[in-house]
Design a binder for this molecule. Structure first.
Ligand code: GAL
Length: 974
């Protein structure tokens, strides 16, 4: 085992690989080796037995071996368990040494090579092996694999033979390279991408590098295809692009093409091409585009480019980073439907075919190297491989393999050196290598804010004020430091922002407004696309179990921080996705207050609006057919003020203006909504309809007011019609969201909002009844409510009236004393002893809305079942408030009607205390009751789980508040 130990501790690239090359679609024979392999495990390299198991004639004890599926992760197939850690290394920082406690898995596959593969020299290709592996074929060591998300090709000519062959892979979870693979995700060893035997015909096409540029001034293209041949070629390769009338032209020379259609994410025009020799033909799809920087602005084909991006990890709740192509395509289509135009492949190259999809469907890609050393931050970056020369070959090897594999994809506009790897000479060196190798693309790296070696100034989680300050920095000439001058000449982008964890992200619109206002801003990439929860089966009552860090007994872990995406692990959208679509909409619409005009701003990069139709509808949520609005021609980047000619009566109605696709396309069906805006007229204040009735004492300490009864001892209502009301109280707290639990980047020295609430005991308010009195027909109750320990609180006046049918509450809340914290919300809670089944409402929907979220919510009438209304998240937290004018909360037998003007209404089967104390959704108790909150105000949610907190305008400082609401027990609908 000693050679293996030494090998695993070497900070060097793997041995035995062929030089990296493009992932080509070739007609040469190939044989996929995916399927069922055999595996046995050892607890560490020191325990790994050298019993000749790699040999074809090895005598193995079947009891030691069990089947495993390739591609797959071992811990998801019963061998070991996943570990989730963000920054921390789950082992001592002792580079380049891995820990002894290091699971080793011997993999074995017996295979018979197909004759057509055997007829040529062969290569064994591994596209992704998580961990560090040594590979043998028929007992002969072919080489070692390093770089978990990178392709390795090992030559096996002369070793592969007719009849049965034995492929053996010894895979250790930890190695020196683990220090380079500290991405915020699950540590899960395994052969998780395909393994293939490739025939490499003599004189075949070894590698291709397409350079296809577009000149926006005259619409011409340039094409140069560099080709490298396998040994034994007797003639050079030829290139054919039939649609461009290129037939059998020479490689290596530049062809000028007077007229080509440019590739953009909006117009992903690809030209089919062949590169051929006598023995092999490879198929390529070429896109012509040119990416440049001018005046600190990012340009594509000469036009400013705005990334409406997401960070995408490969994740499947059952299979981990094994993501099949159909799923990847579905993910990209879902992005298209929500106006996402860019993907950063955080934080490693995805499976190779993902780039084919990005080319075809149209996405701008930042392709990131498989490199992160974030854990060194914990030790003050001491020993960071990024600045230690012994690691340079490994850095170089990783970057090369990243660039070479994917260099022919028009979708890739930037190469990213890696993520969160600190600073250092090795990064500078690979930046330089990348620029030399591929001068046609830009270089990205966020971790070095001096930006000396990159082409874009990139940051993560910068706040709105900071982004604006960067957008308006003084000109480059005013800086004396040449590095600063260089940085000032770069466009700015947020490679991560808007941390979409739990309820959130709040504040998307504010960023987008800046992106639209300042040309230096090239947009950004939401963190992140998909949540990485792992499936854990179902509960006894059939609820899916979703697991996160710590659920596998890990001692070093980061809990639910791995669950922070706009789509859930199973790729179903969370509410943030709809909000994102509204904010990312490529067309902005603005209705004049008198509805005389519609201002249309075309924010596409290159499309005009002819593929869209505009309609308006009245008094509905815009789902009807609508009346057409003739649109003038609005070129990309242009705008128009369109006269509307609506009937004067429209002003008093809800008017929704929609832009929809005329025909299916761009991953969307015909009629797909691209942009909308709405005029919502002032609505009458909900008021009692009949003459007021007077309160009267009915004995038993009760006061009756219309349909309601009040307990004189508490002053609180205990019955409404046939509904018993429980726990009616004023409340200032919400069940902390994950954003409430984070330290806001602009307040690094303050504890999280949730901790401030806890310190102030906002969740434990006590109420003293001051008086119960009458004022004409009103029952007037005064209470004083505040937390223990403190001398601050709120004085509350409850003014109840009724017309015999409904009960009206006019509540005023006056803070007193000196409050140590902002509030989560201000409103009234009550509990009903039956579970809700569903909620229907008129107001904003269908999704939830907090002051800084809910951009997708529009006025209309909606119905949601209990779970959809509550918005269940992997880790329970406050969510689901809708702003309602009127809502019916349906119970098993009856219903409660709530009326008010756009009041935040929360309905769920659990108290906030239960929600806050429960770690997983599936641990929430079964629904037996209903907790309802009607609020006067709620706080925004921000993104402090990683980044800025709630913007000042959306915070809820202690302040006087009023609430007017009508409550009524009604029959259940249906
Ligand atoms: C960034 C990092 C991501 C992820 C995110 C928080 O610092 O690049 O990988 O950890 O924060 O979810």
């Amino acid at each position: 085992a000693i050679p293996l130990l030494a090998d695993l501790a070497a900070p060097l690239p793997g041995r035995g690989a062929l030089p990296p090359r493009a992932h080509l679609h070739s007609d040469a024979p190939r044989q996929l080796l995916d399927g069922t392999w055999q595996v046995r495990l050892h607890p560490s390299p020191r325990h790994a037995v050298d019993d000749g198991w790699q040999q074809p004639d090895a005598r193995l004890d079947p009891a030691d071996w069990s089947p495993v599926t390739v591609p797959g992760h071992l811990p998801l197939q019963g061998h070991g368990s996943p570990i989730y850690a963000n920054v921390d290394y789950p082992f001592p920082v002792d580079p380049p040494f891995p820990p002894d406690d290091n699971p080793v898995a011997d993999h074995r596959l017996e295979l018979v090579a197909a004759p057509e593969v055997l007829a040529h020299p062969t290569v064994l290709r591994f596209e992704g092996v998580d961990g560090a592996a040594t590979v043998w074929l028929n007992g002969v060591e072919l080489g070692t694999l390093r770089g978990s998300r990178l392709t390795t090709e090992l030559p096996c000519a002369g070793v592969l033979r007719p009849g049965t062959n034995v492929l053996a892979v010894r895979l250790a979870q930890w190695s020196a390279h683990s220090y380079l693979e500290d991405q915020d995700m699950w540590w899960m060893p395994g052969i998780f991408r395909s393994v293939t035997l490739l025939a490499r015909p003599q004189g075949g096409v070894r590698d291709v590098f397409v350079h296809a540029g577009y000149d926006h001034r005259d619409g011409s293209g340039t094409l140069r295809v560099e080709v490298e041949l396998e040994e034994g070629a007797d003639a050079p390769a030829t290139i054919s692009v039939p649609a461009l009338d290129l037939h059998g032209v020479a490689a290596g020379v530049e062809h000028r093409l007077p007229s080509v259609a440019p590739w953009t994410a909006e117009t992903p025009v690809l030209y089919d091409a062949q590169v051929a020799t006598a023995t092999e033909t490879v198929h390529l799809r070429i896109g012509f585009r040119t990416v440049t920087v001018e005046d600190a602005t990012l340009l594509l084909n000469g036009t400013p480019l705005l990334f409406r991006g997401v960070n995408r990890h490969e994740h499947d709740p059952h299979r981990g980073r094994v993501v099949d192509l159909a799923t990847a395509r579905a993910e990209l289509l879902l992005m298209k439907q929500h106006h996402v135009n860019a993907v950063r492949t955080s934080h490693y190259p995805p499976r190779a075919e993902f780039l084919d999809l990005a080319d075809e469907l149209g996405f701008y890609v930042i392709l990131e190297n498989d490199l992160e050393t974030h854990g060194f931050e914990r030790v003050g970056w001491r020993g960071n491989p990024s600045d230690d020369p012994q690691w340079l070959p490994a850095y170089h090897d990783r970057m090369r393999r990243t660039v070479e594999r994917d260099k022919n994809h028009p979708s890739i506009l930037l190469w990213s050196l890696g993520n969160e790897a600190g600073t250092g000479a090795n990064l500078d060196a690979i930046a330089q290598w990348t620029r030399d190798r591929d001068p046609d693309r830009l270089v990205h790296y966020e971790g070095d804010w001096r930006s000396r070696h990159v082409d874009v100034y990139s940051r993560m989680y910068a706040s709105v004020p900071e982004v604006e300050a960067i957008a308006t920095e003084p000109p480059a000439e005013t800086f004396t430091d040449p590095d600063e001058q260089h940085r000032r000449r770069l466009p700015f982008m947020l490679c991560e922002y808007a941390h979409a964890m739990g309820n959130g992200p709040g504040g998307l619109s504010e960023y987008q407004d800046l992106f639209h206002r300042y040309p230096r801003l090239a947009g950004g990439f939401i963190w992140e696309w998909v949540e990485h929860a792992l499936a854990g089966g179902t509960t006894d009552d059939g609820r899916p179990v979703q697991l996160y860090g710590g659920d596998f007994g890990e001692r070093v872990h980061d809990g639910s921080f791995v669950v922070d995406g706009v789509v859930h692990a199973d790729k179903t959208p969370g509410p943030a996705l709809a909000d994102l679509a509204r904010v990312f909409a490529p067309v902005s619409l603005d209705l004049a207050p008198d509805l005389s005009t519609l201002t249309v701003v075309n924010r596409y990069h290159s499309l005009d609006l002819s593929h869209l139709e505009a309609v308006w509808t009245s008094d509905g949520d815009g789902s009807g057919a609508g009346t057409p609005i003739p649109l003038p021609e609005v070129p990309a980047g242009g705008s128009a003020v369109v006269p509307l000619h609506l009937p004067p009566s429209a002003l008093a109605t809800t008017v929704t203006v929609l832009l929809r696709r005329r025909a299916a396309g761009d991953g969307c069906p015909a009629g797909h909504e691209v942009a909308w805006t709405q005029h919502v007229p002032a609505r009458p204040v909900a008021a009692l309809e009949n003459d007021p009735v007077a309160p009267r004492r009915i004995g038993g300490g009760l006061v009756e007011l219309g349909p309601a009864a009040f307990d004189e001892r508490t002053g609180m209502p205990v019955r409404l019609g046939e509904l018993a009301l429980h726990d009616v109280a004023v409340s200032l707290w919400r069940a902390p969201t994950e954003n409430d639990r984070g330290v806001a980047s602009e307040e690094p020295d303050l504890p999280p909002v949730a901790d401030r609430w806890a310190a102030a005991r906002l969740d434990d308010l006590r109420t003293r009844l001051v008086e119960v009195g009458e004022d004409g027909p009103a029952l007037v109750v005064r209470t004083r409510t505040g937390p223990p320990v403190l001398d601050a609180g709120v004085d509350v006046t409850w003014r109840w009236t009724s017309d015999g049918t409904a009960l009206a509450l006019d509540l005023t809340v006056e803070p007193y004393g000196s409050w140590p914290c902002d509030w989560g919300r201000v409103g009234v809670d009550l509990r009903l002893a039956e579970p809700t089944t569903r909620v229907s409402w008129t107001g904003w929907g269908p999704g939830p809305q907090y002051p800084d979220t809910g951009q997708a919510a529009r006025y209309g009438s909606f119905v949601a079942d209990r779970d959809d209304y509550a918005v269940r998240t992997v880790r329970p937290q406050e969510h689901g408030a809708r702003r309602v004018d009127e809502a019916t909360v349906e119970l098993d037998t009856r219903a409660l009607r709530v009326r008010g003007a756009g009041l935040p209404l929360t309905v769920r089967p659990w108290s906030r205390a239960v929600v806050a104390a429960t770690r997983h959704d599936h641990e929430l108790p079964a629904a037996t009751e209903t907790w309802i909150s009607v609020d006067a105000a709620v706080s925004g949610v921000g993104t402090a789980s990683c980044g800025p907190g709630v913007l000042p305008g959306y915070r809820l400082a202690p302040s006087p508040q009023r609430l007017h609401v009508l409550l009524q027990q009604v029959d259940r609908l249906r």
